[in-house]
Design a protein around this ligand. Structure first.
Ligand SMILES: Nc1ncnc2c1ncn2[C@@H]1O[C@H](COP(=O)(O)OP(=O)(O)OP(=O)(O)O)[C@@H](O)[C@H]1O
Ligand SMILES: [Mg+2]
Length: 345
């Protein structure tokens, strides 16, 4: 996937359809949408009842005839029609009218690194359904690197780690392109799942799916650090009796449960470093790793990476919206590529 800054500059709208959240940047307006990628539908009439935050709040609380769906799964649009309806509602009438006035609407979207042609096609189809005549696809790692201000166009290495909901992607970038990269299907969802599994197996406790952020609740801001209270109280439902119950949970054991999915992330990181040319690794030892994506906010994850790699680790200023802000910067023409002209002699 090659990025043409010239083509991107002609786009009017940039979309990041994530497994957890959908973000939209409109040229001249900035970031206008940052909402969960969720829609609630009435299965009897097929009507859309809610989208975004409100639909997410409905999860697990709906009667039979209302279904809460996530049109994006694993970083790929799996239900194109629903994704279009969701995006249309998230954009709102005023913005939709404004975009309709553009006779040749052009859109940009970021897709996960190494996404297959089918996934890319699904992203393109979704935006074409919204009225776009042309869609530019950008690797999400490049967009995020631009969004967090990494000097991607320089002939020195920068390492970026994108901790999303569905996957974690690591890449080494140099001269505006990806040198080596790896995508691990482990992200915020897998971490939440590990905590839920632990509570179910060790304490026979079930937590409400999303109303209680299982992770935050279990760790009480303590994260992966070993400082803080040794145990914490958690409320949930007993698996056997179905009654509400609260238990004292050992925070060290929860941390241990979270470590299991994170070992896959460390493995991937090691592979990228091993595949990287030695000259670039020397740059990286100095510059370190930049963490982006919502799960980069998981307390203590940066320290864990520091301990595992011995390299400096930084968290971007606004890690969750880096990709779409990077696309936005390319749309607005704020990115100037280093022009590599052939030398004439
Ligand atoms: N403060 C926080 N602490 C821990 N985890 C967090 C925090 N904020 C968000 N997350 C996690 O970050 C994830 C969402 O990240 P992000 O918004 O980057 O996902 P996405 O772009 O929708 O997903 P993907 O890029 O994988 O398709 C969720 O799994 C959420 O649990
Ligand atoms: Mg994302």
């Amino acid at each position: 996937m090659t990025v043409s800054l010239e083509q991107l500059r002609r786009c009017h709208i940039a979309v990041d359809l994530g497994a957890a959240r959908t973000r939209v940047y409109v040229k001249g307006c900035g970031l206008v949408v940052d909402e969960p990628s969720v829609a609630a539908v009435n299965t009897r009439s097929g009507a859309l009842i809610a989208v975004g935050t409100f639909a997410e709040q409905m999860t697990g609380r709906t009667p039979d005839y209302i279904r809460v769906v996530r049109p994006v799964s694993g970083g790929t649009v799996v239900d194109i029609e629903m994704a279009q309806r969701m995006l249309r509602h998230l954009l709102g009438e005023k913005l939709r009218r404004q975009l309709r006035r553009k006779p040749r609407l052009r859109a940009a979207a970021c897709t996960p690194h190494d996404s297959d042609p089918l996934a890319q096609r699904a992203a393109v189809e979704t935006l074409i359904g919204l009225g776009a005549r042309r869609v530019e696809l950008v690797d999400t790692l490049i967009a995020a690197a631009v969004g967090c201000g990494l000097p991607v166009e320089q002939p020195s290495a920068t390492m970026i780690m994108m901790c999303g909901a569905a996957a974690t992607q690591v890449a080494v970038l140099s001269l505006g392109s990806i040198v080596t990269a790896e995508r691990m299907p482990v992200g915020g969802n897998a971490i939440d799942h590990a905590v839920l599994q632990y509570l179910r197996q060790q304490h026979q406790l079930m937590l409400p799916s999303q109303s209680v952020r299982p992770l935050q609740l279990a760790l009480r801001g303590n994260g992966l650090n070993s400082r803080g209270p040794a145990s914490t109280e958690i409320h949930g439902r007993d698996v056997v009796t179905g009654l509400a119950r609260s238990v004292q949970v050992d925070t060290a054991a929860v941390r241990q449960a979270i470590h299991a999915p994170l070992t896959a992330v460390l493995d991937g990181l090691g592979k990228v470093l091993r595949d990287c040319p030695p000259d670039l690794v020397a740059d990286l030892a100095e510059r370190g790793i930049m963490m982006v994506g919502g799960s980069a906010l998981l307390p203590g994850l940066d320290q864990m990476l520091r301990d595992a790699t011995g390299m400096p680790v930084h968290i971007a200023e606004r890690p969750d919206v880096c990709s779409v802000l990077g696309l936005g910067a390319m749309l607005e023409g704020r990115i100037h590529p280093m022009v590599l002209q052939p030398i004439r002699n």
